[in-house]
Design a protein around this ligand. Structure first.
Ligand SMILES: Nc1ncnc2c1ncn2[C@@H]1O[C@H](COP(=O)(O)OP(=O)(O)OP(=O)(O)O)[C@@H](O)[C@H]1O
Length: 257
């Protein structure tokens, strides 16, 4: 197991967003985290990625306890979060967005020298080649020198994904990557996610509301409801699970009433 989450709890005032949730993510898997609105999925992501500290419980990533570490440190250990809203630098080109991300790699001490023509070392050329590879992986090569601000929402998400890959993560957390993306680009994005696992061996944990998509892409599905993990298993078993059906249908019936 690459990630082991044991009994994490997080409350905001009186609201227990996550209540003693435990789950594991196997190395090399695509695992989906699903559940009705307010189930605690985003809070669980915040805890796992070091953006928040749990009130209780432990988190182990790649054999190391991480629940007290900052998001920055967790990312340096190889667990990187890709945001629902792409946070690209709009004034920079697509390529520059990736080069900047590489600066935060462990061991990178130099400044923005490689953004200046004529001052490229071997390492800088390597980084540039890596950036070009990442852009090819998400099919953005044709936009390499375009200003990031000119990209569509879906393209920005692909850029954000490529940027997260610049730090060579072992695992990425994707929060609703399909939200607001045109269907054609969404399908491509899914293909890229599968390729990440197949070609780069990256482990993926994904929050996604589109159940059909979750069922088609993931090896395992973890279901949360009211801050707890209520089911965990392969997609077909989850689809047939009575507690899961009740959690979703019960909520929908309530909303319709
Ligand atoms: N920073 C916060 N302050 C107060 N309450 C919060 C905060 N973050 C989350 N909550 C509450 O915690 C509960 C779980 O929220 P969370 O966003 O983790 O659920 P979710 O499963 O990601 O939902 P959605 O699918 O709607 O994004 C909700 O009741 C939410 O209102």
């Amino acid at each position: 197991m690459l990630l082991k989450v044991d009994g994490i709890t997080k409350a905001f005032g009186g609201v227990k967003a996550v209540q003693g949730a435990s789950f594991d993510v196997k190395e090399g898997s695509i695992t989906a985290l699903i559940g009705p609105n307010g189930a605690g999925k985003t809070t669980a992501f915040n805890l796992v990625s070091g953006f928040m500290r749990p009130d209780e419980g432990t988190i182990q990533f790649d054999g190391r306890r991480t629940e007290r570490l900052s998001g920055h440190t967790v990312a340096r250990h190889g667990l990187v979060r890709v945001f629902q809203t792409a946070r690209v630098f709009t004034q920079m080109t697509v390529l520059e967005n990736l080069l900047i991300a590489a600066r935060h790699q462990p061991g990178e001490k130099f400044g923005a020298a490689w953004l200046m023509p004529g001052r490229t070392s071997r390492r800088e050329r390597e980084i540039r080649r890596e950036a070009e590879e990442r852009l090819a992986l998400v099919r953005l090569t044709h936009l390499t020198h375009e200003r990031a601000g000119a990209l569509s929402g879906g393209q920005r998400k692909l850029l954000e994904l490529a940027r997260a890959l610049m730090v060579q993560p072992k695992m990425i957390l994707l929060d609703e990557p399909m939200a607001g993306v045109a269907p054609v680009l969404g399908e491509q994005l899914m293909e890229h996610i599968k390729e990440l696992r197949e070609k780069a061996g990256i482990t993926v944990l994904i929050i996604e509301h589109d159940i059909d998509l979750v069922m088609s892409i993931s090896d395992r599905v973890i279901v949360m409801d009211e801050g707890r993990v209520i089911a965990d298993g392969p997609p077909d078993a989850i689809q047939a699970n009575e507690r899961v059906i009740t959690a979703y249908l019960g909520r929908n019936a309530g909303a319709a009433a």
